[in-house]
Structure formats: structure tokens, C-alpha cells
Design a binder for this molecule. Structure first.
Ligand SMILES: *Cc1c(COP(=O)(O)O)cnc(C)c1O
Length: 405
């Protein structure tokens, strides 16, 4: 008899051969711009904690107070025994931040996307999805049973062509897009997408995972920054990035939220957010609204680093393994490895070697490889709590690499 699990070894060997193997690596200490890895201080350019709130004493105090008052677990789903006044308070705070009638919190952003998409569309419906959308949007779309068509990244013209060609053959239509694309850092053309949605009677779900707290005058996100507040929209996001906690949310009309409470399986059949995570997110929203200077600092860092990278990359040596900075409008900045290195495996090996080299110099960056992205890249995320010395250190190290040293 053959071992029914024998294929696992073969599958892993294939992953290793392609240099696509992924493994975890512990970081120690409070979340912040400098953490400890392998006993060494590492300047952290790999975190989604854009505003530096995950280690903030006020969030920690709020979480501890909630834990003392309500315990460690919420003990049930929201519809059964899991609903606390804290959840209501957080949902109100999210709706206020977003300028919507209502909001609903999920146990993660991933679950928010899965539950919302499957509640809104089914087999008779059409989903149009940006080709670079986050995996949770892609998987929610698949799970819904709707027909899914990708449109070219940030290309409203291609979206329009697909709507013209296909819309009438389906009952409902849902357009899916990240507001900030997580592996590129660019922004979706939301005003153009909303105009098309009006013309073709389509719903729009915008994923604000990387926009919430970061973009817009009040930190409401990309929707605010792009002047689309108040438009009919399904806005989702996460509590786990700039808000420094854990969980996801959807904000929209009161009827949309009521429907989700009745239809979103990943909300109905899962345990409510813990009291500690809920209270921490509430505190984070208050800070987002009260301390716009964190966003200003983040934007200043973003400009400094983008300009610095462009200078470093302006005149690369022929040996430089790094080539191109991707266009970005967020604190996510990416540099692709040389495109001449066609073989995806070699490409991935190269980006991993760069990551190790930078780590040996005390710098933590993300190396992103296929299948997450088409061409391997170094991904830098900035925090409001970085210092200009941190940025100088990074630019110095990247300068050496680009000079072929
Ligand atoms: C991180 C992320 C999610 C998932 O959010 P979690 O709360 O971490 O599950 C969804 N969409 C995008 C674009 C993300 O970057």
C-alpha cells in the first residue's frame, strides 16, 4: 500500500526547487520601528503597524482593562452569547470614522471579505476583480459561485469593456478592488470605478486594509483621500494594520450591515472578537482621529524614502540586482529585482539573498516572491515612528547593493 501522505514530501521538494519555500521567523519585543531578531536589533521595514500603535501604551492599557472586565474570550458568536457593549462601541466608532450609517466587525479582514462577498453575490451574478487584488478578495469571489473576471490592474477602460460585454447576462454585479494595493503600494482609480458602477448598475467593494488610519485628512482611508466619501460603497478593512489590533470590518448602509448580520456565514458561525482586541481597536480609532501628526510624519517619511530610492536607483551598476521602484502613493514602497533574470527561481533566490544580506546589517525588509507577485521584489513598509536615521541606514545599505558592492 502506498503512503497516502507520501505526496507531501514531493510537493515540498517542488516548492524548495522553485525557491518558493516559506518559513516563519520569530521577532521579539514590543512591536515598533526596532525589534529583535536572532538576538540582534533589527530596524523594522516589514510591519503593517503604520502609525506605531500596536505597542502604544494606551492601546495596551485599553486591552488590559477590557480583559479584566470581560475576560479573555467572548465565549460565543455575536448572535448567541458573544456580543458585548464594546463591539457596539467599536462598530459605532468605525461608522463615524468612515462616515457611513453602520459598520460590522469580523474576526479578521480575511473573514470580512469572504463573508461579505458570498453574502452579496451568487451563481447568477458577475464579479469583476482587479488582477492584483488581495487573496482574501480572490478567495471570497471563488467561494461565492459567481462568474469571476479579472480586469487589468487599475485599468478602468478594461473594466468598462468587460462591463459592456458581460454585464447584461448577469443578475447582480460586484466590482472588487483594493484601495491601496498591498504588494505594490499604488491606489485604485476609485472615482472612475464608481462612475462605471453607476452606469452599469454594479456594486463596489473597496478593501481599505492598507488605507484605514493612513490615508485621507481624517485617516478614514483611500475612499476619503480620493474624494469618494458618502458614495454608495461597501468599504471593508482590517483592525490589524494601522489600528494595531486584530479583526476586520465592513462599513456601509444600515441595510447592508443588517443583511450581513443575517447572511455572512463567516460572521454568523464564528466567535466574536475578543474583548481585548475590540477595546484596543476602539482606542486606536480615537488616536487616529486625535493625532493627525502621525499621518503627517508617515507621509513625510514616504516622500523622503521615495526620493532617496529614486536617487539610489538612478544610476545602477551593471551588477545591481535591483532595478525598478514601483509607483506608489502609500507607505508601501517596492523595488523589483532585475527583470532580465527571467527564470522565476533565480529571481526568487536573488531576492531572498538580498533579504538575508540586509538582515545581517540590521535591516528587516520583506522579500515577496511568486506566486504572490509576478516578479520578486523587496517590499518596504514605513511607520510614523521611524526616525530619519532609520531611513538613512536603509538608503545607505540599498545604495551599496545598487552600486554592485
Ligand atoms: C491584510 C489584508 C487583508 C486581511 O486582513 P486580516 O485582518 O489580516 O485578515 C485583506 N485585504 C488586504 C488588502 C490586506 O492587505
Amino acid at each position: 500500500m502506498a503512503d497516502p501522505y507520501g505526496w507531501v514530501d514531493n510537493a515540498l521538494a517542488t516548492i524548495h526547487r522553485a525557491h518558493w519555500h516559506r518559513a516563519v521567523q520569530p521577532l521579539d519585543g514590543l512591536p515598533g520601528p526596532v525589534m529583535t531578531g536572532q538576538g540582534q536589533p533589527l530596524v523594522n521595514f516589514a510591519s503593517n503597524d503604520y502609525l506605531g500603535l500596536a505597542g502604544d501604551p494606551r492601546l495596551r492599557a485599553a486591552a488590559i482593562a477590557a480583559l479584566q472586565q470581560y475576560g479573555t474570550g467572548s465565549t460565543g458568536s455575536r448572535l448567541l452569547s458573544g456580543h458585548r457593549p464594546l463591539h457596539q462601541q467599536l462598530e459605532q466608532a468605525l461608522a463615524d470614522l468612515k462616515g457611513t450609517e453602520a459598520a460590522l466587525v469580523f474576526s479578521s479582514g480575511y473573514l470580512a471579505n469572504i463573508g461579505t462577498i458570498t453574502a452579496l453575490v451568487g451563481q447568477r451574478d458577475l464579479i469583476l476583480s482587479d488582477q492584483y487584488n488581495h487573496a482574501s478578495l480572490i478567495n471570497g469571489a471563488k467561494l461565492s459561485g459567481a462568474t469571476v473576471l479579472n480586469y487589468r490592474h487599475c485599468d478602468p477602460q478594461h473594466l468598462q469593456e468587460q462591463l459592456t460585454q458581460h454585464r447584461t447576462q448577469y443578475r447582480r454585479c460586484l466590482i472588487l478592488t483594493d484601495s491601496v494595493f498591498s504588494m505594490d503600494g499604488d491606489l485604485c482609480p476609485l472615482p472612475e470605478i464608481l462612475a462605471l458602477a453607476d452606469d452599469f448598475e454594479a456594486m463596489v467593494l473597496v478593501d481599505e486594509a492598507h488605507g484605514t488610519g493612513v490615508l485621507g485628512a481624517t485617516g478614514a482611508g483611500g475612499v476619503e483621500q480620493l474624494g469618494c466619501r458618502g458614495r454608495p460603497l461597501v468599504q471593508m478593512g482590517t483592525l490589524s494594520k494601522a489600528l494595531g489590533s486584530l479583526g476586520g470590518y465592513v462599513a456601509g448602509s444600515a441595510t447592508l450591515i443588517d443583511l450581513l448580520r443575517n447572511r455572512a456565514s463567516s460572521w454568523i458561525y464564528t466567535t466574536a472578537l475578543t474583548p481585548a482586541a475590540t477595546a484596543a481597536a476602539c482606542q486606536a480609532i480615537a488616536i487616529v482621529q486625535a493625532e493627525p501628526e502621525r499621518r503627517d510624519r508617515l507621509r513625510a517619511h514616504q516622500q523622503t524614502l521615495a526620493q532617496g530610492l529614486d536617487k539610489v536607483l538612478a544610476d545602477p551598476s551593471p551588477q545591481s540586482p535591483l532595478e525598478r521602484r514601483l509607483a506608489s502613493a502609500s507607505p508601501i514602497l517596492c523595488i523589483e529585482v532585475k527583470a532580465e533574470v527571467k527564470a522565476a527561481g533565480k529571481n526568487a533566490a536573488m531576492v531572498m539573498a538580498l533579504k538575508r544580506r540586509l538582515m545581517a546589517q540590521g535591516l528587516l525588509l520583506s522579500a515577496v516572491r511568486p506566486p504572490t507577485v509576478p516578479i520578486s521584489r523587496l517590499r518596504i513598509t514605513l511607520m510614523a515612528t521611524h526616525t530619519s536615521e532609520h531611513l538613512d541606514q536603509l538608503l545607505g545599505a540599498l545604495g551599496e547593493i545598487v552600486a554592485g558592492r
